[in-house]
Design a protein around this ligand. Structure first.
Ligand code: ZN
Ligand code: ZN
Length: 145
């Protein structure tokens, strides 16, 4: 079960939005999807996923942009920092995936696989041996590289 002694804190660039995630994460991933790349302006995004109930925002809440049906992208409306992917986690219920580099200690979570690798930028590659999934590892997808 969740280890409530573990807390991961972070926030946006200006400090208006802070968050805390309590307990163990469900996943730590690199996402190469077009939507994550557009939201962040980065060639790839590192995300750590928690059940929605594990994450609290304070003092200000994040704003949510609905990027597709059922999927929200959290950000700070003061400084524009992208913060989260939020959506349905299937058996886990609502999920909040936090952009790892908004954590106070981004070294605390290390991505374990690449998802939506089929959408990867042709000029971008990482020097690792992690499994690469065309789409998403929870959908019965097998690594193809
Ligand atoms: Zn901010
Ligand atoms: Zn993505």
């Amino acid at each position: 079960m969740d280890d409530t002694s573990k807390t991961a804190a972070g926030g946006c660039m200006c400090g208006a939005v802070r968050y805390e995630a309590v307990g163990d994460p469900l996943s730590t991933i690199y996402c190469h999807c077009t939507s994550c790349r557009k939201h962040t302006g980065a060639p790839v995004v590192a995300l750590v996923g928690f059940k929605q109930a594990q994450v609290t925002f304070t003092p200000a809440d994040r704003k949510i942009y609905q990027s597709s049906p059922g999927v929200g992208r959290g950000f700070c409306d003061q400084c524009g920092t992208p913060l989260t992917w939020e959506g349905d986690g299937g058996e886990h219920g609502p999920l909040i995936e936090i952009l790892i580099n908004t954590l106070d200690d981004p070294e605390a979570f290390i991505p374990q696989c690449h998802i939506h690798h089929a959408e990867k930028m042709s000029w971008f590659e990482t020097d690792d041996t992690l499994p690469r999934y065309r789409v998403w590892h929870d959908d019965g997808d097998e690594p193809y590289l």
